[in-house]
Write a protein that binds this ligand. Structure first.
Ligand code: ZN
Length: 125
């Protein structure tokens, strides 16, 4: 089931073309991120929600957290969900998948600053 879900996510994002024209395989990006962080969780069950633009990203953020955000994309540990616009930079996708990998790897909650630090490290391959 998990593989099917990831596969569907990957297929959905295949259709994602950014301003710079790349198409992406999220499983491949996840492997890169795991290698960069040296974190290999046994399973990652996160979902990726692709929305039209950053206005829709903010709307999803409000739905989950009630507040507002200017973030270009975000990862919600509550829903284990990445919300990302159809057009975005690859480093942003790496960052959010970084959060999902960190979340899946550590069984206990880790400090927010460490979560962010690791996600930032995931941005570059
Ligand atoms: Zn972050």
């Amino acid at each position: 089931m998990k593989y099917l879900m990831i596969f569907i996510c990957a297929m959905t994002l295949m259709g994602c073309v950014s301003s710079s024209g790349w198409r992406v395989d999220t499983q491949e990006v996840e492997r890169e991120v795991s290698k960069t962080l040296q974190l290999f969780p046994s399973q990652t069950n996160y979902r990726i929600l692709i929305v039209p633009d950053t206005v829709a990203v903010a709307a999803e953020y409000t739905r989950i957290y009630g507040g507002s955000t200017q973030a270009p994309a975000f990862y919600s540990s509550i829903e284990n969900l990445i919300v990302i616009p159809r057009e975005c930079e690859l480093n942003i996708l790496r960052h959010e998948i970084g959060h999902a990998v960190v979340q899946a790897y550590f069984k206990a909650p880790i400090p927010t600053w460490l979560h962010e630090e690791l996600a930032q490290r995931a941005e570059l391959p």
